[in-house]
Design a binder for this molecule. Structure first.
Ligand code: NAP
Length: 215
């Protein structure tokens, strides 16, 4: 699969690139191509040292849209609208949202947009694309720790059956991840809200990289 990551230079973007590029073509996107180049070099070095295969290409965020079949939005949710305005050609594509809008006060609070969730906002902004919420609850640190398998369940929500199936296959192709069909995109607020919960657990219980496994 050709998977591109908008904001691929961030913690979660690079973590995903490290795992996904072992059996998919991955485009690391950025607002600045040099930043994507640097992230790509770091990921390539880490994979080379471990003797792992990879297929990684640095590009701009627009380059991601131009070349990838599946586009992951991995930016802070508050920057979504302006980022979409800067991009062309997302129509018809499968779009993954892993964004979890939240604010930090005495604890982390889920802070969804008026549409209900970041994924629903994305679908409203891109009515001709197929938005799928997935990968919301896996900490970046776990994606990046290549010495350990990635052993989580991944809730997948979408109103587009074909795109949901495609993303569930992508999930199941990564390490030990297991995709769970969580229903339509209207369920995505519940999935996004799990992330501030696990971050609060990590903070108050003094644990690192807390995730969830449904069984
Ligand atoms: N971190 C986690 O553990 C984790 C886990 C699950 C889901 N998520 C979600 O994944 C998303 C990314 O998380 P992150 O921790 O990787 O975030 P981040 O490091 O703060 O940002 C990711 C990338 O977004 C781009 N970006 C930053 N500000 C922007 C702006 N104003 N406009 C457009 N692009 C901008 C930057 O890329 P360039 O400067 O290269 O363009 C940056 O490297 C968030 O929505 C978060 O809720 C995070």
């Amino acid at each position: 699969m050709k998977v591109g990551i908008i904001g691929g230079t961030g913690g979660i973007g690079q973590g995903m690139a490290l795992r996904l590029s072992q059996n998919h073509t991955v485009y690391i996107g950025s607002r600045l191509e040099e930043k994507a180049q640097a992230a790509c070099e770091m990921c390539s070095y880490a994979l080379k040292v471990l003797g792992l295969p990879f297929d990684l290409i640095p590009t701009t965020n627009q380059g991601v849209v131009d070349q990838a079949d599946v586009v992951v939005f991995s930016i802070p949710a508050e920057n979504l609208e302006r980022t979409i305005e800067s991009l062309q050609g997302l129509e018809g594509k499968t779009i993954i949202s892993l964004m979890n809008p939240m604010v930090r006060a005495d604890f982390f609070k889920y802070n969804p947009p008026a549409e209900g969730s970041a994924a629903q906002q994305l679908q409203k902004l891109l009515p001709q694309s197929k938005v799928v919420a997935a990968f919301n609850n896996i900490p970046a640190g776990k994606w990046q720790k290549l010495s350990e398998p990635l052993d989580y369940t991944v809730c997948v929500c979408s109103d587009h059956a074909d795109a949901k199936t495609e993303v569930m296959e992508l999930v199941n192709s990564i390490s030990e991840l297991k995709a769970l069909d969580a229903g339509p995109l209207a369920v995505s607020p519940y999935v996004e809200a799990i992330t501030p919960l696990v971050i609060n657990i990590a903070r108050f219980s003094k644990k690192r990289d807390v995730g969830v496994y449904f069984k």
